[in-house]
Design a binder for this molecule. Structure first.
Ligand SMILES: NC(=O)C1=CN([C@@H]2O[C@H](COP(=O)(O)OP(=O)(O)OC[C@H]3O[C@@H](n4cnc5c(N)ncnc54)[C@H](OP(=O)(O)O)[C@@H]3O)[C@@H](O)[C@H]2O)[C@@H](O)CC1
Ligand SMILES: Nc1ncnc2c1ncn2[C@@H]1O[C@H](COP(=O)(O)OP(=O)(O)O)[C@@H](O)[C@H]1O
Ligand SMILES: [K+]
Length: 519
Protein backbone atom coordinates (compact mmCIF):
# COMPACT_ATOMS: atom_id res chain seq x y z
CA UNK A 1 0.00 0.00 0.00
CA UNK A 2 1.23 3.46 -0.84
CA UNK A 3 -0.14 6.04 1.56
CA UNK A 4 -0.41 9.83 1.43
CA UNK A 5 -0.85 11.90 4.58
CA UNK A 6 -2.15 15.41 5.02
CA UNK A 7 0.05 18.28 6.14
CA UNK A 8 -1.07 18.36 9.80
CA UNK A 9 -0.37 14.65 10.15
CA UNK A 10 3.06 15.01 8.55
CA UNK A 11 3.92 17.90 10.82
CA UNK A 12 2.80 16.02 13.94
CA UNK A 13 4.94 13.02 12.95
CA UNK A 14 7.85 15.35 12.23
CA UNK A 15 7.57 16.94 15.68
CA UNK A 16 7.45 13.55 17.37
CA UNK A 17 10.52 12.38 15.47
CA UNK A 18 12.46 15.62 15.90
CA UNK A 19 12.01 15.46 19.65
CA UNK A 20 14.20 12.34 19.59
CA UNK A 21 16.89 13.60 17.24
CA UNK A 22 19.66 16.21 17.45
CA UNK A 23 18.75 19.62 16.06
CA UNK A 24 18.80 19.72 12.28
CA UNK A 25 19.20 15.96 11.84
CA UNK A 26 15.97 15.57 9.93
CA UNK A 27 16.82 18.25 7.43
CA UNK A 28 20.22 16.63 6.91
CA UNK A 29 18.54 13.33 6.11
CA UNK A 30 16.25 15.05 3.66
CA UNK A 31 19.14 16.97 2.06
CA UNK A 32 21.27 13.84 1.77
CA UNK A 33 18.45 12.02 -0.06
CA UNK A 34 17.83 15.01 -2.27
CA UNK A 35 21.50 15.40 -3.15
CA UNK A 36 21.81 11.70 -3.96
CA UNK A 37 18.82 11.97 -6.30
CA UNK A 38 20.37 15.04 -7.98
CA UNK A 39 23.68 13.21 -8.39
CA UNK A 40 21.80 10.37 -10.04
CA UNK A 41 20.00 12.70 -12.42
CA UNK A 42 23.12 14.67 -13.30
CA UNK A 43 25.18 11.60 -14.04
CA UNK A 44 28.37 13.60 -13.59
CA UNK A 45 28.17 16.12 -10.77
CA UNK A 46 31.71 17.50 -11.07
CA UNK A 47 31.53 20.61 -13.23
CA UNK A 48 27.72 20.54 -13.53
CA UNK A 49 25.78 23.80 -13.21
CA UNK A 50 23.09 23.59 -10.57
CA UNK A 51 20.63 26.36 -9.75
CA UNK A 52 18.68 26.30 -6.49
CA UNK A 53 15.40 28.21 -6.24
CA UNK A 54 15.19 29.06 -2.56
CA UNK A 55 12.11 30.26 -0.69
CA UNK A 56 11.99 31.43 2.89
CA UNK A 57 11.04 28.18 4.61
CA UNK A 58 12.57 24.79 5.34
CA UNK A 59 11.87 23.68 1.80
CA UNK A 60 14.51 26.20 0.76
CA UNK A 61 16.70 24.91 3.60
CA UNK A 62 16.61 21.42 2.14
CA UNK A 63 17.63 22.82 -1.24
CA UNK A 64 20.52 24.83 0.27
CA UNK A 65 21.97 21.89 2.23
CA UNK A 66 21.63 19.60 -0.78
CA UNK A 67 23.29 22.32 -2.88
CA UNK A 68 26.19 22.39 -0.41
CA UNK A 69 26.63 18.65 -0.86
CA UNK A 70 26.61 19.00 -4.64
CA UNK A 71 29.10 21.89 -4.46
CA UNK A 72 31.44 19.74 -2.37
CA UNK A 73 31.37 17.20 -5.20
CA UNK A 74 32.46 19.84 -7.66
CA UNK A 75 29.19 21.24 -8.99
CA UNK A 76 28.91 24.97 -9.65
CA UNK A 77 25.94 25.87 -7.47
CA UNK A 78 24.01 29.14 -7.55
CA UNK A 79 21.15 29.78 -5.14
CA UNK A 80 18.48 32.22 -6.30
CA UNK A 81 16.99 33.68 -3.14
CA UNK A 82 13.36 34.80 -3.08
CA UNK A 83 13.71 36.32 0.38
CA UNK A 84 17.41 36.89 1.06
CA UNK A 85 16.90 38.11 4.61
CA UNK A 86 14.74 35.08 5.54
CA UNK A 87 16.45 32.23 3.70
CA UNK A 88 17.46 29.30 5.92
CA UNK A 89 20.52 30.53 7.78
CA UNK A 90 22.28 27.23 8.37
CA UNK A 91 21.68 26.20 4.79
CA UNK A 92 23.06 29.47 3.45
CA UNK A 93 26.18 29.16 5.59
CA UNK A 94 26.71 25.57 4.46
CA UNK A 95 26.30 26.47 0.80
CA UNK A 96 28.70 29.40 0.98
CA UNK A 97 31.24 27.34 2.91
CA UNK A 98 31.12 24.74 0.14
CA UNK A 99 31.82 27.39 -2.50
CA UNK A 100 28.28 28.01 -3.70
CA UNK A 101 27.12 31.53 -4.51
CA UNK A 102 23.86 33.36 -4.02
CA UNK A 103 21.91 35.84 -6.12
CA UNK A 104 18.67 37.66 -5.41
CA UNK A 105 15.54 36.70 -7.35
CA UNK A 106 14.21 39.40 -9.70
CA UNK A 107 10.90 39.74 -7.89
CA UNK A 108 12.35 39.63 -4.37
CA UNK A 109 11.29 42.45 -2.09
CA UNK A 110 14.69 44.02 -1.48
CA UNK A 111 15.96 47.28 -2.87
CA UNK A 112 18.39 47.61 -5.73
CA UNK A 113 20.16 44.25 -5.57
CA UNK A 114 18.09 41.98 -7.79
CA UNK A 115 20.08 40.34 -10.55
CA UNK A 116 18.84 39.02 -13.89
CA UNK A 117 18.71 35.28 -13.37
CA UNK A 118 17.16 34.19 -16.66
CA UNK A 119 20.58 33.42 -18.17
CA UNK A 120 21.76 31.51 -15.11
CA UNK A 121 18.66 29.34 -15.19
CA UNK A 122 18.83 28.80 -18.96
CA UNK A 123 22.41 27.50 -18.66
CA UNK A 124 21.66 25.17 -15.74
CA UNK A 125 22.12 21.43 -16.04
CA UNK A 126 19.66 21.05 -13.18
CA UNK A 127 17.27 23.33 -11.34
CA UNK A 128 16.31 22.41 -7.77
CA UNK A 129 12.90 23.80 -6.81
CA UNK A 130 12.97 24.70 -3.12
CA UNK A 131 10.55 27.63 -3.35
CA UNK A 132 7.89 26.15 -1.14
CA UNK A 133 6.84 22.70 0.13
CA UNK A 134 4.13 21.65 2.55
CA UNK A 135 4.04 25.18 4.00
CA UNK A 136 2.60 26.55 0.75
CA UNK A 137 -0.72 28.35 0.86
CA UNK A 138 -2.75 29.39 -2.19
CA UNK A 139 -1.24 30.01 -5.59
CA UNK A 140 2.42 30.96 -5.94
CA UNK A 141 3.18 34.60 -5.18
CA UNK A 142 4.30 36.87 -8.05
CA UNK A 143 8.06 36.61 -7.42
CA UNK A 144 7.79 32.82 -7.33
CA UNK A 145 5.63 32.82 -10.47
CA UNK A 146 8.35 34.80 -12.23
CA UNK A 147 10.93 32.13 -11.37
CA UNK A 148 8.59 29.30 -12.36
CA UNK A 149 8.04 31.03 -15.72
CA UNK A 150 11.79 31.41 -16.28
CA UNK A 151 12.31 27.72 -15.56
CA UNK A 152 9.53 26.70 -17.93
CA UNK A 153 10.89 28.93 -20.70
CA UNK A 154 14.41 27.54 -20.21
CA UNK A 155 13.18 23.96 -20.54
CA UNK A 156 15.95 22.66 -18.27
CA UNK A 157 15.60 19.58 -16.03
CA UNK A 158 13.91 20.32 -12.70
CA UNK A 159 13.89 18.42 -9.43
CA UNK A 160 11.21 19.52 -6.98
CA UNK A 161 11.95 19.39 -3.27
CA UNK A 162 9.15 17.55 -1.43
CA UNK A 163 6.48 18.92 -3.82
CA UNK A 164 6.48 20.97 -7.02
CA UNK A 165 6.05 24.53 -5.74
CA UNK A 166 2.55 25.84 -6.32
CA UNK A 167 0.62 22.59 -6.03
CA UNK A 168 -1.64 21.93 -3.05
CA UNK A 169 -0.12 19.20 -0.91
CA UNK A 170 -3.46 18.22 0.65
CA UNK A 171 -5.63 17.98 -2.41
CA UNK A 172 -3.73 17.78 -5.67
CA UNK A 173 -5.28 21.06 -6.78
CA UNK A 174 -3.23 23.63 -8.67
CA UNK A 175 -4.28 27.25 -8.31
CA UNK A 176 -2.51 29.20 -11.06
CA UNK A 177 1.13 28.71 -11.96
CA UNK A 178 3.16 25.84 -10.48
CA UNK A 179 6.64 24.49 -11.17
CA UNK A 180 6.66 21.55 -13.57
CA UNK A 181 9.23 19.03 -12.38
CA UNK A 182 10.83 16.09 -14.10
CA UNK A 183 11.24 14.45 -10.73
CA UNK A 184 10.12 15.12 -7.18
CA UNK A 185 12.06 13.98 -4.15
CA UNK A 186 9.61 13.76 -1.27
CA UNK A 187 10.34 13.09 2.37
CA UNK A 188 8.91 10.65 4.88
CA UNK A 189 5.61 9.97 3.12
CA UNK A 190 3.75 10.74 -0.06
CA UNK A 191 1.44 13.71 0.11
CA UNK A 192 -2.01 13.43 -1.52
CA UNK A 193 -1.01 16.06 -4.08
CA UNK A 194 1.72 13.77 -5.40
CA UNK A 195 -0.82 11.07 -6.20
CA UNK A 196 -3.79 13.05 -7.54
CA UNK A 197 -4.14 14.99 -10.77
CA UNK A 198 -3.73 17.71 -11.79
CA UNK A 199 -0.84 18.13 -9.28
CA UNK A 200 0.51 14.63 -9.92
CA UNK A 201 1.32 15.62 -13.47
CA UNK A 202 3.53 18.46 -12.23
CA UNK A 203 5.57 16.11 -10.03
CA UNK A 204 7.13 13.90 -12.69
CA UNK A 205 8.73 10.74 -11.30
CA UNK A 206 8.29 10.74 -7.54
CA UNK A 207 11.00 9.35 -5.27
CA UNK A 208 10.25 8.82 -1.60
CA UNK A 209 13.13 9.31 0.84
CA UNK A 210 12.79 7.49 4.14
CA UNK A 211 13.74 9.95 6.89
CA UNK A 212 12.46 7.82 9.75
CA UNK A 213 8.97 9.36 9.86
CA UNK A 214 7.12 6.07 9.34
CA UNK A 215 6.76 4.89 12.94
CA UNK A 216 5.32 8.28 13.88
CA UNK A 217 2.63 8.28 11.21
CA UNK A 218 -0.81 6.87 12.02
CA UNK A 219 -0.71 3.11 11.46
CA UNK A 220 3.10 3.21 11.46
CA UNK A 221 3.03 3.27 7.69
CA UNK A 222 6.24 3.45 5.75
CA UNK A 223 4.82 3.67 2.25
CA UNK A 224 6.37 2.29 -0.86
CA UNK A 225 9.68 1.60 0.82
CA UNK A 226 7.49 -1.11 2.22
CA UNK A 227 8.67 -1.45 5.77
CA UNK A 228 5.59 -1.35 7.83
CA UNK A 229 2.24 -0.43 6.35
CA UNK A 230 -0.24 -3.08 7.30
CA UNK A 231 -2.46 -1.87 4.51
CA UNK A 232 -5.47 -1.90 6.75
CA UNK A 233 -5.86 1.83 6.68
CA UNK A 234 -7.37 1.60 10.12
CA UNK A 235 -4.65 3.85 11.39
CA UNK A 236 -4.56 3.60 15.15
CA UNK A 237 -2.54 6.75 15.52
CA UNK A 238 0.85 6.72 17.11
CA UNK A 239 1.51 10.24 15.95
CA UNK A 240 0.02 12.00 18.92
CA UNK A 241 2.72 14.29 20.18
CA UNK A 242 0.54 15.84 22.82
CA UNK A 243 0.17 19.06 20.87
CA UNK A 244 -3.58 18.58 20.81
CA UNK A 245 -3.63 19.52 17.14
CA UNK A 246 -5.38 16.27 16.34
CA UNK A 247 -4.02 15.00 13.03
CA UNK A 248 -6.24 12.63 11.09
CA UNK A 249 -6.07 9.09 12.48
CA UNK A 250 -5.60 7.53 9.04
CA UNK A 251 -3.93 8.42 5.76
CA UNK A 252 -5.85 10.87 3.61
CA UNK A 253 -5.29 8.72 0.56
CA UNK A 254 -3.89 5.31 -0.25
CA UNK A 255 -2.96 3.55 -3.46
CA UNK A 256 -3.17 -0.21 -3.82
CA UNK A 257 -0.10 -1.98 -5.14
CA UNK A 258 0.20 -5.35 -6.90
CA UNK A 259 0.39 -7.37 -3.66
CA UNK A 260 -2.63 -5.64 -2.14
CA UNK A 261 -4.74 -6.34 -5.21
CA UNK A 262 -3.54 -9.96 -5.38
CA UNK A 263 -4.83 -10.45 -1.84
CA UNK A 264 -8.20 -8.91 -2.69
CA UNK A 265 -8.99 -10.73 -5.93
CA UNK A 266 -11.24 -13.77 -5.51
CA UNK A 267 -9.67 -17.20 -5.78
CA UNK A 268 -11.74 -20.36 -6.09
CA UNK A 269 -11.06 -23.16 -3.65
CA UNK A 270 -12.14 -26.79 -3.27
CA UNK A 271 -15.51 -25.74 -1.86
CA UNK A 272 -16.31 -23.34 -4.70
CA UNK A 273 -19.24 -23.71 -7.05
CA UNK A 274 -20.58 -21.18 -9.50
CA UNK A 275 -23.18 -19.82 -7.08
CA UNK A 276 -20.81 -19.53 -4.16
CA UNK A 277 -18.36 -17.70 -6.42
CA UNK A 278 -21.09 -15.14 -7.04
CA UNK A 279 -23.54 -14.37 -9.82
CA UNK A 280 -23.48 -10.88 -11.24
CA UNK A 281 -26.47 -9.44 -13.07
CA UNK A 282 -25.88 -6.93 -15.87
CA UNK A 283 -28.56 -4.47 -16.95
CA UNK A 284 -27.05 -2.56 -19.84
CA UNK A 285 -27.43 -1.77 -23.53
CA UNK A 286 -30.44 -0.74 -25.57
CA UNK A 287 -31.58 -0.87 -29.17
CA UNK A 288 -29.52 2.27 -29.67
CA UNK A 289 -26.40 1.09 -27.78
CA UNK A 290 -26.27 -2.72 -28.02
CA UNK A 291 -22.48 -2.74 -27.71
CA UNK A 292 -22.56 -1.51 -24.12
CA UNK A 293 -24.31 -4.75 -23.09
CA UNK A 294 -21.57 -6.82 -24.72
CA UNK A 295 -18.75 -4.78 -23.16
CA UNK A 296 -20.20 -4.77 -19.65
CA UNK A 297 -20.74 -8.53 -19.88
CA UNK A 298 -17.17 -8.93 -21.19
CA UNK A 299 -15.86 -7.18 -18.06
CA UNK A 300 -18.11 -9.23 -15.78
CA UNK A 301 -17.01 -12.52 -17.38
CA UNK A 302 -13.40 -11.72 -16.46
CA UNK A 303 -14.12 -10.65 -12.91
CA UNK A 304 -13.78 -13.97 -11.17
CA UNK A 305 -17.51 -14.22 -10.50
CA UNK A 306 -19.07 -17.68 -10.97
CA UNK A 307 -21.70 -16.66 -13.52
CA UNK A 308 -23.00 -13.64 -15.40
CA UNK A 309 -26.67 -13.00 -15.98
CA UNK A 310 -27.78 -10.46 -18.53
CA UNK A 311 -31.26 -8.94 -18.49
CA UNK A 312 -32.49 -6.61 -21.21
CA UNK A 313 -32.93 -5.89 -24.91
CA UNK A 314 -29.39 -6.94 -25.83
CA UNK A 315 -29.93 -10.59 -24.86
CA UNK A 316 -29.51 -11.95 -28.41
CA UNK A 317 -26.42 -9.87 -29.12
CA UNK A 318 -24.84 -10.89 -25.82
CA UNK A 319 -25.51 -14.62 -26.22
CA UNK A 320 -24.15 -14.54 -29.78
CA UNK A 321 -20.88 -13.08 -28.52
CA UNK A 322 -20.66 -14.85 -25.12
CA UNK A 323 -22.58 -18.14 -25.01
CA UNK A 324 -21.58 -18.64 -21.37
CA UNK A 325 -23.88 -15.77 -20.31
CA UNK A 326 -27.29 -16.55 -18.76
CA UNK A 327 -29.57 -14.18 -20.68
CA UNK A 328 -33.15 -13.03 -20.46
CA UNK A 329 -34.88 -10.29 -22.46
CA UNK A 330 -37.21 -9.18 -19.68
CA UNK A 331 -36.79 -6.83 -16.73
CA UNK A 332 -34.22 -7.45 -13.97
CA UNK A 333 -36.80 -8.69 -11.47
CA UNK A 334 -37.47 -11.68 -13.73
CA UNK A 335 -33.83 -12.53 -14.40
CA UNK A 336 -33.27 -14.81 -11.41
CA UNK A 337 -31.17 -14.45 -8.27
CA UNK A 338 -27.92 -12.49 -8.37
CA UNK A 339 -25.41 -11.49 -5.71
CA UNK A 340 -24.78 -8.05 -7.27
CA UNK A 341 -26.21 -5.86 -10.02
CA UNK A 342 -24.58 -3.60 -12.58
CA UNK A 343 -26.92 -1.08 -14.15
CA UNK A 344 -26.52 1.72 -16.61
CA UNK A 345 -24.06 1.39 -19.52
CA UNK A 346 -25.80 2.24 -22.78
CA UNK A 347 -29.22 1.93 -21.18
CA UNK A 348 -30.73 4.95 -22.95
CA UNK A 349 -33.58 6.75 -21.24
CA UNK A 350 -36.74 5.00 -22.37
CA UNK A 351 -39.38 4.03 -19.83
CA UNK A 352 -38.03 0.45 -19.66
CA UNK A 353 -34.62 1.76 -18.69
CA UNK A 354 -36.08 3.94 -15.95
CA UNK A 355 -38.05 1.00 -14.60
CA UNK A 356 -35.00 -1.29 -14.68
CA UNK A 357 -32.95 1.20 -12.68
CA UNK A 358 -35.72 1.56 -10.10
CA UNK A 359 -35.97 -2.23 -9.76
CA UNK A 360 -32.31 -2.82 -9.06
CA UNK A 361 -32.15 0.16 -6.72
CA UNK A 362 -34.87 -1.54 -4.77
CA UNK A 363 -32.89 -4.79 -4.48
CA UNK A 364 -31.07 -5.85 -1.33
CA UNK A 365 -27.80 -6.86 -3.01
CA UNK A 366 -24.74 -4.70 -3.84
CA UNK A 367 -25.31 -2.49 -6.86
CA UNK A 368 -23.09 -0.58 -9.26
CA UNK A 369 -24.64 2.33 -11.15
CA UNK A 370 -22.84 3.76 -14.19
CA UNK A 371 -23.48 5.99 -17.20
CA UNK A 372 -27.21 6.37 -18.06
CA UNK A 373 -28.07 4.77 -14.75
CA UNK A 374 -26.53 7.78 -13.00
CA UNK A 375 -28.99 10.06 -14.80
CA UNK A 376 -31.99 7.85 -14.26
CA UNK A 377 -31.48 6.95 -10.60
CA UNK A 378 -33.58 8.51 -7.90
CA UNK A 379 -31.21 9.99 -5.32
CA UNK A 380 -33.52 9.35 -2.40
CA UNK A 381 -33.78 5.70 -3.43
CA UNK A 382 -29.96 5.53 -3.64
CA UNK A 383 -29.56 6.98 -0.16
CA UNK A 384 -32.23 4.68 1.24
CA UNK A 385 -30.50 1.48 0.11
CA UNK A 386 -29.35 -0.91 2.77
CA UNK A 387 -26.93 -2.93 0.60
CA UNK A 388 -23.74 -1.22 -0.68
CA UNK A 389 -24.00 1.05 -3.72
CA UNK A 390 -21.11 1.97 -6.01
CA UNK A 391 -21.45 4.92 -8.40
CA UNK A 392 -18.89 5.21 -11.21
CA UNK A 393 -19.19 8.66 -12.82
CA UNK A 394 -16.64 10.35 -15.05
CA UNK A 395 -16.04 14.04 -14.40
CA UNK A 396 -19.00 15.10 -16.58
CA UNK A 397 -21.43 12.79 -14.82
CA UNK A 398 -20.08 13.81 -11.42
CA UNK A 399 -20.53 17.48 -12.31
CA UNK A 400 -24.16 16.87 -13.22
CA UNK A 401 -24.78 15.04 -9.94
CA UNK A 402 -23.04 17.74 -7.90
CA UNK A 403 -24.52 20.64 -9.87
CA UNK A 404 -21.12 22.24 -10.52
CA UNK A 405 -19.13 22.83 -13.74
CA UNK A 406 -17.07 19.93 -15.04
CA UNK A 407 -13.85 21.96 -14.72
CA UNK A 408 -14.51 22.31 -11.02
CA UNK A 409 -14.67 18.53 -10.62
CA UNK A 410 -11.51 18.07 -12.68
CA UNK A 411 -9.64 20.74 -10.74
CA UNK A 412 -10.73 19.46 -7.33
CA UNK A 413 -11.05 15.73 -7.79
CA UNK A 414 -10.51 14.75 -4.17
CA UNK A 415 -13.05 17.19 -2.76
CA UNK A 416 -15.55 16.27 -5.48
CA UNK A 417 -15.39 12.53 -4.97
CA UNK A 418 -15.67 12.92 -1.20
CA UNK A 419 -18.58 15.30 -1.54
CA UNK A 420 -20.46 12.99 -3.89
CA UNK A 421 -19.88 9.95 -1.68
CA UNK A 422 -21.20 11.83 1.34
CA UNK A 423 -24.22 13.21 -0.50
CA UNK A 424 -25.25 9.89 -1.99
CA UNK A 425 -24.25 7.67 0.97
CA UNK A 426 -22.49 5.53 -1.67
CA UNK A 427 -19.00 4.44 -2.60
CA UNK A 428 -18.04 6.70 -5.49
CA UNK A 429 -15.44 5.90 -8.12
CA UNK A 430 -14.53 9.05 -10.05
CA UNK A 431 -12.96 8.08 -13.37
CA UNK A 432 -10.19 9.90 -15.15
CA UNK A 433 -6.42 10.03 -15.36
CA UNK A 434 -6.18 9.19 -11.67
CA UNK A 435 -9.26 7.29 -10.62
CA UNK A 436 -10.39 8.00 -7.05
CA UNK A 437 -12.60 5.84 -4.87
CA UNK A 438 -14.28 7.46 -1.87
CA UNK A 439 -16.21 5.77 0.89
CA UNK A 440 -19.35 7.43 2.24
CA UNK A 441 -17.58 7.55 5.62
CA UNK A 442 -15.23 10.51 5.21
CA UNK A 443 -12.74 9.18 7.77
CA UNK A 444 -11.89 6.27 5.48
CA UNK A 445 -8.91 6.99 3.17
CA UNK A 446 -9.72 7.72 -0.46
CA UNK A 447 -8.15 5.13 -2.75
CA UNK A 448 -6.16 6.47 -5.68
CA UNK A 449 -5.51 4.38 -8.75
CA UNK A 450 -2.75 5.27 -11.11
CA UNK A 451 -2.39 2.12 -13.20
CA UNK A 452 -4.38 3.65 -16.05
CA UNK A 453 -3.14 5.15 -19.27
CA UNK A 454 -4.51 7.89 -21.49
CA UNK A 455 -5.27 5.15 -24.04
CA UNK A 456 -8.18 4.13 -21.84
CA UNK A 457 -9.93 7.33 -22.81
CA UNK A 458 -11.81 5.58 -25.59
CA UNK A 459 -15.49 4.71 -25.96
CA UNK A 460 -16.67 1.67 -24.07
CA UNK A 461 -13.82 1.11 -21.62
CA UNK A 462 -16.03 2.40 -18.82
CA UNK A 463 -18.61 -0.29 -19.65
CA UNK A 464 -15.93 -2.95 -19.24
CA UNK A 465 -14.98 -1.45 -15.88
CA UNK A 466 -18.58 -1.56 -14.64
CA UNK A 467 -18.93 -5.24 -15.45
CA UNK A 468 -15.61 -6.04 -13.83
CA UNK A 469 -16.39 -4.22 -10.58
CA UNK A 470 -19.90 -5.68 -10.52
CA UNK A 471 -18.40 -9.17 -10.73
CA UNK A 472 -16.04 -8.41 -7.85
CA UNK A 473 -19.02 -7.22 -5.80
CA UNK A 474 -20.84 -10.46 -6.59
CA UNK A 475 -17.77 -12.41 -5.53
CA UNK A 476 -18.12 -10.79 -2.13
CA UNK A 477 -15.59 -7.95 -2.09
CA UNK A 478 -16.59 -4.93 0.00
CA UNK A 479 -17.59 -1.95 -2.16
CA UNK A 480 -14.40 0.07 -1.74
CA UNK A 481 -12.18 -2.95 -2.39
CA UNK A 482 -14.22 -4.05 -5.42
CA UNK A 483 -14.08 -0.56 -6.95
CA UNK A 484 -10.38 0.08 -6.30
CA UNK A 485 -9.19 -3.42 -7.20
CA UNK A 486 -11.35 -3.25 -10.34
CA UNK A 487 -9.85 0.10 -11.32
CA UNK A 488 -6.36 -1.32 -10.75
CA UNK A 489 -6.88 -4.41 -12.91
CA UNK A 490 -8.68 -2.38 -15.60
CA UNK A 491 -5.90 0.25 -15.72
CA UNK A 492 -3.28 -2.45 -16.01
CA UNK A 493 -5.26 -4.12 -18.79
CA UNK A 494 -5.23 -0.78 -20.60
CA UNK A 495 -1.45 -0.85 -20.45
CA UNK A 496 -1.12 -4.48 -21.47
CA UNK A 497 -3.53 -4.22 -24.42
CA UNK A 498 -1.88 -3.40 -27.76
CA UNK A 499 -1.64 0.36 -28.51
CA UNK A 500 -3.98 1.95 -29.34
CA UNK A 501 -6.47 -0.32 -27.59
CA UNK A 502 -10.21 -0.49 -28.13
CA UNK A 503 -12.58 -1.34 -25.29
CA UNK A 504 -12.77 -4.91 -26.64
CA UNK A 505 -8.96 -5.15 -26.43
CA UNK A 506 -9.04 -3.87 -22.86
CA UNK A 507 -11.62 -6.51 -21.93
CA UNK A 508 -9.44 -9.14 -23.58
CA UNK A 509 -6.36 -7.94 -21.69
CA UNK A 510 -8.09 -8.23 -18.31
CA UNK A 511 -6.95 -11.83 -18.07
CA UNK A 512 -3.32 -10.82 -18.72
CA UNK A 513 -3.61 -8.17 -16.01
CA UNK A 514 -5.16 -10.70 -13.64
CA UNK A 515 -2.35 -13.15 -14.36
CA UNK A 516 0.30 -10.44 -13.94
CA UNK A 517 -1.11 -9.52 -10.52
CA UNK A 518 -1.73 -12.96 -9.10
CA UNK A 519 1.41 -14.83 -10.18
N1 LIG B 1 7.80 17.69 7.55
C1 LIG B 1 8.94 17.00 7.58
O1 LIG B 1 8.97 15.92 8.10
C2 LIG B 1 10.15 17.55 6.97
C3 LIG B 1 10.11 18.74 6.26
N2 LIG B 1 11.15 19.19 5.61
C4 LIG B 1 11.01 20.29 4.66
O2 LIG B 1 10.33 21.36 5.23
C5 LIG B 1 9.31 21.80 4.33
C6 LIG B 1 8.29 22.57 5.06
O3 LIG B 1 8.94 23.70 5.53
P1 LIG B 1 8.15 24.97 6.11
O4 LIG B 1 7.19 24.51 7.11
O5 LIG B 1 9.16 25.92 6.56
O6 LIG B 1 7.33 25.47 4.88
P2 LIG B 1 7.77 25.72 3.34
O7 LIG B 1 7.14 24.68 2.52
O8 LIG B 1 9.21 25.93 3.20
O9 LIG B 1 6.97 27.03 3.01
C7 LIG B 1 6.90 28.10 3.91
C8 LIG B 1 7.45 29.35 3.30
O10 LIG B 1 6.91 29.55 2.01
C9 LIG B 1 6.29 30.80 1.92
N3 LIG B 1 5.07 30.62 1.14
C10 LIG B 1 3.90 30.09 1.56
N4 LIG B 1 3.02 30.01 0.56
C11 LIG B 1 3.64 30.52 -0.52
C12 LIG B 1 3.23 30.71 -1.86
N5 LIG B 1 2.00 30.37 -2.28
N6 LIG B 1 4.11 31.27 -2.72
C13 LIG B 1 5.35 31.59 -2.31
N7 LIG B 1 5.78 31.41 -1.06
C14 LIG B 1 4.95 30.89 -0.17
C15 LIG B 1 6.04 31.24 3.32
O11 LIG B 1 6.23 32.63 3.39
P3 LIG B 1 5.49 33.52 4.50
O12 LIG B 1 4.02 33.17 4.44
O13 LIG B 1 6.12 33.16 5.79
O14 LIG B 1 5.77 34.90 4.06
C16 LIG B 1 7.07 30.50 4.14
O15 LIG B 1 8.22 31.23 4.33
C17 LIG B 1 8.86 20.52 3.70
O16 LIG B 1 8.12 20.72 2.51
C18 LIG B 1 10.19 19.84 3.47
O17 LIG B 1 10.80 20.32 2.28
C19 LIG B 1 12.44 18.49 5.65
O18 LIG B 1 13.44 19.42 5.85
C20 LIG B 1 12.58 17.51 6.76
C21 LIG B 1 11.39 16.78 7.12
N1 LIG C 1 -6.46 10.42 -19.26
C1 LIG C 1 -6.77 9.22 -18.78
N2 LIG C 1 -5.81 8.45 -18.21
C2 LIG C 1 -6.13 7.22 -17.73
N3 LIG C 1 -7.37 6.69 -17.77
C3 LIG C 1 -8.35 7.41 -18.30
C4 LIG C 1 -8.11 8.71 -18.83
N4 LIG C 1 -9.28 9.18 -19.31
C5 LIG C 1 -10.21 8.22 -19.09
N5 LIG C 1 -9.64 7.16 -18.48
C6 LIG C 1 -10.32 5.91 -18.09
O1 LIG C 1 -11.05 5.42 -19.21
C7 LIG C 1 -12.31 4.89 -18.80
C8 LIG C 1 -13.38 5.67 -19.54
O2 LIG C 1 -14.63 5.44 -19.01
P1 LIG C 1 -15.91 6.29 -19.46
O3 LIG C 1 -15.60 7.74 -19.39
O4 LIG C 1 -17.05 5.79 -18.67
O5 LIG C 1 -16.04 5.90 -20.99
P2 LIG C 1 -17.22 5.12 -21.73
O6 LIG C 1 -18.49 5.67 -21.18
O7 LIG C 1 -17.04 5.46 -23.18
O8 LIG C 1 -17.05 3.69 -21.48
C9 LIG C 1 -12.35 5.03 -17.29
O9 LIG C 1 -11.87 3.84 -16.71
C10 LIG C 1 -11.36 6.16 -17.02
O10 LIG C 1 -10.80 6.12 -15.74
K1 LIG D 1 9.28 22.67 -3.73
Amino acid sequence: MRTGYGVETVRAAERALMARLPEGALMQRAAAGLAAACNGLLGRTYGARVVLLVGSGDNGGDALYAGARLARRGAGVTAVLLAPERAHEGGLTALRAAGGRTVVAPGAVVEGVAEPVGGIIARADLVVDGIVGIGGKGGLRPAAVELADLVREAGVPVVAVDLPSGVEAETGEVAGVAVRADATVTFGTYKPGLLIDPAREYAGAVRLIDIGLGPHLPGGALDAAGTGSDGSGTGRGRSDDGSGKGPSPSPAVEALQHGDVARLLPRPDAESDKYRRGVVGVVAGSARYPGAAVLAVAGALRSGAGAVRYAGPGADTVIARYPETLVSAGPPRKAGRVQAWVVGPGLGDEQDARQAVAEVLDSDVPLLVDADGLRLMDLDAVRARTAPTVLTPHAGEASALLGVPREQVEGARLASVRDLAARTASTVLLKGSTTLVADPDSSVPVRVNATGTGWLATAGTGDVLSGLIGGLLAAGLPARDAASAGAYVHGLAGRLAPDPPSATNVAGALRHAWHDITT
